[in-house]
Design a protein around this ligand. Structure first.
Ligand SMILES: Cc1cc2nc3c(=O)[nH]c(=O)nc-3n(C[C@H](O)[C@H](O)[C@H](O)COP(=O)(O)OP(=O)(O)OC[C@H]3O[C@@H](n4cnc5c(N)ncnc54)[C@H](O)[C@@H]3O)c2cc1C
Length: 506
């Protein structure tokens, strides 16, 4: 570790790594500090019974040649080294809602998406076309989404005030189609009363452009970025939890680790959950306004989830190149609020893709919402890969019961699982809390609210002149959203035209 860095980055999630890559490439002396024993934040994977499980990346959108994420990853020098598989062109997601046994397929490519869904809703062809165009139009309002470097931000922000559920309702009166278009809203923690349409659009549009599964898990993205950051001369350290900032006047002059060590720097970028800003300024008055900290503390987090990973008898379950989203009710916009009384109201189910076999899956994964209150009684315990503490027998029993209930639900759609599950490994809101550093294990950070979009949006620059923010709370969550967030933060240091031209010409 050096005496002094140009830039210290807190956190090695995707946003921290993106900033670290860009800034080290541009010649800054960069140091990334990560509290966990593994780099990557939500990109981490873990291994149980020789099977690889993802913490937080099931599929990635917009990765085909010519699409934005592909271009960003080319610039990071990782695209050609990634082990990924494109998902089923005719069905990256398969949606089912309520008692309706019909399964609805979402296809890749806007034309194919419109044509394929129109086969299942022949009367709704025009509405589906309108929907597809609206997704693209709203995404085009964010210049970095399509890497449109000459485009300025729009003059008005009225597009941020559209509600996802109501906008879809305005496009089609067909209730089943409405439910299908919102049926994978676990992807963005959809809540009918608050979720903005642009959030729905940015997430869905990426997957409609193209959908990809990481082979052997998403941690490869972090590994490749770490390697390239080091090649650029950047430094990155595990198990270095930042506790607070040390100030000289109004500026940060060093960060202090939990160990007590102080590391000097000229600038700080934090990708840690903004709730931690309070801790970092350590109650010192004047650095950040009270109103700002209160606003951060009062923004509702997106819900958390329960994930179950079922290991399987060899060669019993075929790999499925699609994700399944099932909701017990057609009322897909109330899944979160209905969840406690009807658990699990909805789930995402999938077979991870491994390099062991193209034909068979070695495990099966499912994810469903879970309230933090369900696990609150164990909140004093802490557990991450490499730093494992037993939370207690009652916690293990609780998890097993939940995984069994979820499995009973899964059998209805995946009878081939019956008799073939050899082991169950689960993650609860506490696991996500410990991996991500957000107090309630929130999936995607702050909940975005179309009623007051500016209240739930954070700027990159803070009132502390040499502190910038990055990560899913600054822009949008997800691999593309967080990549853009990292780039937005890097633009605080590098001229826009230069950086964006470099990315486009990579
Ligand atoms: C269950 C789940 C499923 C998901 N599925 C998908 C998917 O299929 N596709 C997709 O595109 N996106 C998915 N996402 C979202 C995506 O993974 C995230 O939006 C993205 O990875 C977040 O990146 P980040 O850099 O903002 O934050 P994080 O990955 O949370 O990184 C923050 C880092 O900061 C570290 N940190 C925190 N505090 C400190 C401190 N005090 N000192 C040092 N380090 C600290 C943390 O340990 C962490 O490593 C999923 C997320 C979850 C949780």
């Amino acid at each position: 570790m050096q005496e002094k860095y140009d830039i210290i980055i807190i956190g090695s999630g995707l946003s921290g790594l993106v900033c670290g890559y860009v800034l080290s490439k541009e010649g800054y002396k960069v140091c990334i500090l990560e509290k966990n024993k593994q780099f990557g934040g939500c990109l981490q994977t873990f291994v149980r019974d020789k099977c690889i499980f993802d913490v937080g990346v099931h599929y990635i959108g917009g990765l085909s040649k010519g699409q934005s994420l592909n271009q960003y990853f080319q610039y990071f020098g990782i695209m050609d080294k990634l082990k990924v598989q494109q998902m089923d062109l005719d069905a990256f997601d398969i949606i089912s809602v309520g008692a309706d046994r019909e399964e609805y397929k979402l296809a890749q490519g806007h034309d194919r998406f419109v044509d394929s869904l129109s086969c299942q809703f022949p009367e709704e062809h025009k509405a589906i076309k309108t929907y597809s165009k609206m997704l693209q139009d709203i995404c085009a309002k964010f210049p970095l989404y399509y890497l449109d470097i000459d485009k300025a931000y729009p003059d008005t922000f009225s597009h941020l005030g559209l509600n996802a559920r109501d906008t879809i309702k305005s496009i089609t009166k067909n209730k089943t189609l409405q439910a299908v278009l919102g049926g994978n809203n676990l992807l963005y923690g959809g809540d009918g009363d608050v979720t903005p349409f642009h959030l729905h659009a940015m997430v869905l549009n990426g997957y409609i452009e193209s959908s990809w599964r990481c082979v052997d898990g998403g941690s490869q993205i972090a590994r490749l970025l770490v390697k390239n950051i080091r090649k650029n001369g950047g430094e990155i350290f595990k198990q270095k939890e930042v506790d607070r900032f040390v100030f000289s006047g109004s500026e940060i002059k060093a960060v202090r680790l939990v160990s007590g060590k102080e590391i000097d720097c000229k600038q700080v970028i934090s990708s840690a959950h903004p709730f931690q800003l309070n801790r970092f300024v350590n109650g010192e008055k004047g650095h950040l306004r009270k109103a700002y900290l209160n606003r951060i503390n009062s923004i509702k987090p997106t819900p958390s989830v329960f994930s179950a990973h079922y290991t399987l008898k060899p060669n019993t379950m075929k790999y499925i190149n699609s994700n399944y989203y099932h909701s017990k009710s057609k009322d897909v916009w109330n899944i979160v609020s209905d969840n406690a009384k009807n658990w699990p109201t909805a789930y995402l189910a999938l077979t991870p893709r491994t390099s062991k076999s193209e034909i068979f899956a070695d495990s099966f994964a499912a994810m469903t919402y879970m309230e933090y209150s369900e696990v609150k009684k164990w909140e004093k315990s802490y557990n991450i890969v490499g730093d494992e503490h037993y939370r207690g027998d009652d916690y293990e029993i609780f998890k097993k019961e939940k995984a069994t209930i979820l499995l009973e639900n899964l059998y209805l759609k995946f009878p081939q699982l019956k008799g073939n599950v050899t082991g169950i490994h689960t993650s609860t809101p506490l696991s996500f809390r410990d991996y991500i550093g957000c107090p309630t294990g929130s999936l995607y950070g702050f909940e975005r609210d179309y009623n007051d979009p500016m209240r739930t949006a954070l700027a990159v620059q803070t009132r502390i002149p040499n502190l910038s923010l990055t990560g899913q709370n600054v822009n949008v969550h997800g691999i593309l959203g967080v990549t853009v967030s990292g780039i937005l933060t890097a633009l605080n240091f590098i001229p826009r035209k230069k950086l964006l031209s470099d990315i486009i010409s990579a």
